[in-house]
Design a protein around this ligand. Structure first.
Ligand code: NA7
Length: 486
């Protein structure tokens, strides 16, 4: 293999990370690639989620590709539809359409004779030197197995499968779950429902936020002056806040964490007027143990007269509603399951077979893991964007994916420059990385005693456990001694 043109890359997923990979390849003059996407349009999580109130919990100018600032964001925390539109514009601007293969769910990947062989559900086949798995984290809805769910005569759906044909105004609505999704839905629907019950198995700490609208004058100024917009993307105050947050979650005893705890406690004390409701809403674990929720109108919403909060696990659904453990039946027209995602799936359910017949199921038998969050031993030339063990704590996943791409690119260069044909992390490197990662993860706030989607099947936080700046430093240049090169 000599020059870049000789290599072919398969990108899986046309969400934020897959779009990024495609743009980066084109930037290098590479056109021999295809983005396989199982749905019929781009957008990933922003395509799948369309629920009322959908908002990104990362500020808009940070949740933006560094190379494609957006002067048109309308608020500090952008609504989902605006983010979807942003990605669609980017895809058009960069001319990605010819590289997108929609309706092609990848079902198999086999590493044979130094190349990846791909098969899709429609029977399409392809072959490439590299695979970039950009399959997303929050993709497969978690549907709880609640007794009697199938007997419900009203409308019932998962938050990521919103049925927009169902009228909401004046209806009796149950929202099950109090992650970011449940909180946003309740905030949006409280004033529209005739009665809304929010089922919270575990109440959440709420970080107050002001979702400021940007004025047309501001947006016009950003359009006129790209330097102004660039500065906004790298706003030192915002950067300092993110760094403080990064310190807080990795050092639970830090002053930064104490400050977060103080703010969320004050928010609860000052925002919830009825002492009984306040106690109901008080979590019994530390702030940010679960992904911290940023919300502006949630506490107001749950204090409305037509809104009730039920602190319980939903275990019994009947024809007309939800039966509580104490026997009370609440009747509903609509039940929304905001019950989260199977965050440990990543590329699965694809069947992936690497070197020596090793399957991904086998490699991940204990837990999904990857050296530096991008490479798995025995799976050469296959790299992940936003794979397991990457930073996910209220950071911009776009920023993370860009840093990961910078790193992955250097691994691909080794092959393209003819230094090797296959490259992947060594078993030893992954084992050492995992040992250190797991030890640090247990000490992070995510390991401080709560249930959350950050935890793996063994109850260990699956996230990057060190600081955001350390991640950035690691992504600058691979330590090639951690890689097997053939
Ligand atoms: P999350 O954050 O995983 O939240 C799921 C919620 O669903 C959580 O409150 C669960 O309670 C609750 N849940 C699950 N099953 C039940 C039953 N049977 N009864 C009551 N409650 C239940 O998912 P989201 O979609 O809100 O957010 C995911 C991420 O998307 C979010 O962090 C942002 O990054 C964007 P539990 O806490 O387990 O007691």
């Amino acid at each position: 293999m000599t020059q870049q043109q000789d290599t072919r890359t398969i990108i899986i997923g046309a969400g934020m990370a897959g779009i990024l990979a495609a743009i980066k390849l084109l930037e290098q003059g590479k056109t021999n690639f295809c983005v396989y996407e199982k749905a019929d349009r781009i957008g990933g999580t922003w395509r799948d989620n369309t629920y009322p109130g959908l908002t990104c919990d990362v500020p808009s100018h940070s949740y933006t590709y560094s190379f494609e600032p957006n002067p048109n964001w309308t608020r500090t925390m952008p609504p989902g539809a605006e983010i979807q539109a942003y990605f669609e514009n980017v895809v058009e601007k960069y001319g990605l359409a010819p590289y997108l293969c929609f309706g092609e769910e990848v079902t198999r990947l086999d590493f044979i004779d130094g190349r990846w062989q791909l098969q899709t559900i429609s029977g399409r086949r392809d072959e490439a030197d590299f695979v970039v798995a950009a399959t997303g984290v929050l993709h497969h809805p978690r549907l709880p197995n609640i007794n009697g769910m199938e007997r419900f005569k009203g409308e019932l759906f998962h938050s990521a499968r919103w049925d927009h044909s169902v009228p909401l105004d004046g209806k009796r609505i149950a929202v099950v779950g109090t992650g970011s999704t449940g909180v946003q839905i309740v905030s949006a629907l409280a004033s529209r429902a005739s009665y809304l019950c929010h089922y919270q198995r575990s109440p959440q700490w709420i970080m107050p936020v002001i979702n400021t609208p940007f004025s047309e004058e501001e947006r016009a100024a950003w359009r006129r002056d790209p330097a102004l917009l660039k500065r906004l993307q790298h706003d030192p105050e915002l950067e300092a806040n993110i760094e403080r947050f990064s310190v807080a979650i990795t050092e639970p005893d830090s002053e930064a964490m104490q400050q977060i705890e103080m703010i969320v406690q004050q928010n609860l004390e000052q925002s919830v007027r009825d002492p009984a409701l306040r106690e109901k809403l008080r979590p019994n674990y530390r702030a940010a143990c679960k992904r911290l929720i940023y919300a502006d109108t949630f506490y107001e919403a749950v204090q409305r007269d037509n809104v009730e909060v039920a602190i319980e696990d939903v275990t019994q659904i009947e024809e007309t509603g939800i039966r509580s453990p104490d026997g009370e039946l609440r009747e509903f027209d609509i039940i929304v399951l905001a019950t989260g995602f199977q965050a440990d799936r990543f590329m699965r359910p694809m069947t992936i077979t690497g070197r020596n017949g090793n399957t991904l199921e086998n490699a991940w038998a204990q837990r999904p893991t990857a050296y530096m969050a991008v490479s798995i031993p025995d799976f050469p030339n296959l790299f992940m964007l936003n794979g397991p063990n990457g930073p996910v704590g209220n950071f911009s996943l776009i920023e993370i994916a860009e840093q990961q791409w910078h790193y992955i690119q250097q691994l691909m260069d080794k092959v393209e420059q003819g230094e090797c044909r296959e490259i992947c992390a060594s078993e030893t490197a992954l084992a050492q990385f995992d040992e250190a990662r797991i030890a640090a993860a247990k000490r992070s706030i995510f390991g401080s005693g709560c249930q959350s989607w950050y935890l793996d099947a063994q109850g260990v936080p699956a996230t990057w456990p060190w600081s955001r700046s350390h991640f950035k430093a690691c992504m600058q240049r691979p330590d090639f001694s951690a890689y097997e090169q053939h």
